[in-house]
Write a protein that binds this ligand. Structure first.
Ligand code: ZN
Length: 281
């Protein structure tokens, strides 16, 4: 299934049409997009998708899409999870995942502005696959890890490098959690929609220039490994997010940081493309 926050309402995308969940279910399901990331509702959503007369619903207008998970209970990001990015950052390859927090306030929609706080000059892009938990998860195993996930979406892990590495202590969580620094979307796509959810082509573009090009089968710690590692310590709930890490080609390595007027595009095979204009204020 391809699920969306469409004009603030839970929506299933069927053949390019926006099927409103509350209306299609005659009120059996609500309108809050947060219900989309709860696997408890997925059978009902599949039923609606299967029985919908798509043509009777409006054609989807991407400009009205919001973050498919607008209020994640919690969010994390993974550092240095592609070999090429670890090398360009001048660091050793990790032997276990490195995590930081991304707080709810940073979540933005797939076509929303990324806002650079006035005067900051080291704001960077990071195109990433984002996984979305769909049910309570503790002590997952490699074999059942995907079964805890509602699906995947595209994400940007926008970062203020100046703050992230400010001595004497590093400050990843704050530097990656400014308002609008976590756009996600355009859709929450269930794993069964994807030919191989562990091998998805990913492209990050800034103002038309391809900066990052990779495949998620290059992840050092793949999706099951991350779910296993994190759920040893932390109980996950529907709507929790993990930004799984970014491949090589970030602005810090190129000396090319984001500035007002840039447009950041994030494409992942089978999910779609986000397009976030950059402004400063
Ligand atoms: Zn990242």
């Amino acid at each position: 299934m391809r699920l969306a926050n469409y004009a603030g309402r839970a929506t299933i995308v069927v053949d390019g049409h926006a099927v409103d969940v509350e209306r299609a279910s005659n009120g059996a399901l609500g309108s809050d997009p947060m219900l989309l990331s709860d696997l408890a509702h997925h059978d009902a959503l599949r039923g609606l998708a299967g029985s919908a007369d798509a043509a009777a619903w409006p054609l989807l207008d991407e400009a009205l899409l919001g973050a498919p998970v607008p209020r994640p209970p919690k969010g994390f990001g993974v550092g240095l999870n592609y070999k090429q990015h670890a090398i360009e950052s001048g660091r050793d390859l990790p032997t276990e995942p490195h995590l930081f927090g991304k707080s709810e306030n940073c979540v933005a929609g797939p076509f929303d502005e990324v806002v650079i706080p006035a005067g900051l000059t080291e704001i960077d892009y990071e195109a990433e696959l984002v996984i979305v938990f769909g049910r309570t998860c503790k002590n997952a195993t490699r074999d059942n890890a995907w079964s805890y996930l509602a699906g995947v979406t595209c994400g940007q892990d926008i970062s203020d490098r100046g703050e992230q590495f400010r001595p004497p202590l590093k400050q990843f969580t704050i530097a990656k959690s400014y308002d609008t620094f976590g756009p996600i979307g355009p859709y929450l796509v269930t794993a069964d929609e994807l030919p191989n959810p562990d091998a998805l082509a990913l492209t990050g573009t800034v103002s038309g220039e391809v900066m990052q090009e990779a495949n998620t089968d290059d992840l050092i710690f793949d999706v099951p490994a991350l779910v296993v590692w994190l759920s040893r310590y932390i109980t996950f709930q529907p709507g929790d997010l993990v930004w799984t890490g970014t491949p090589g080609g970030v602005g810090e390595a190129r000396g090319r940081f984001l500035r007002a007027g840039d447009v950041v595009e994030t494409y992942i095979e089978g999910i779609g493309t986000m397009r976030n204009p950059v402004v400063e204020r």
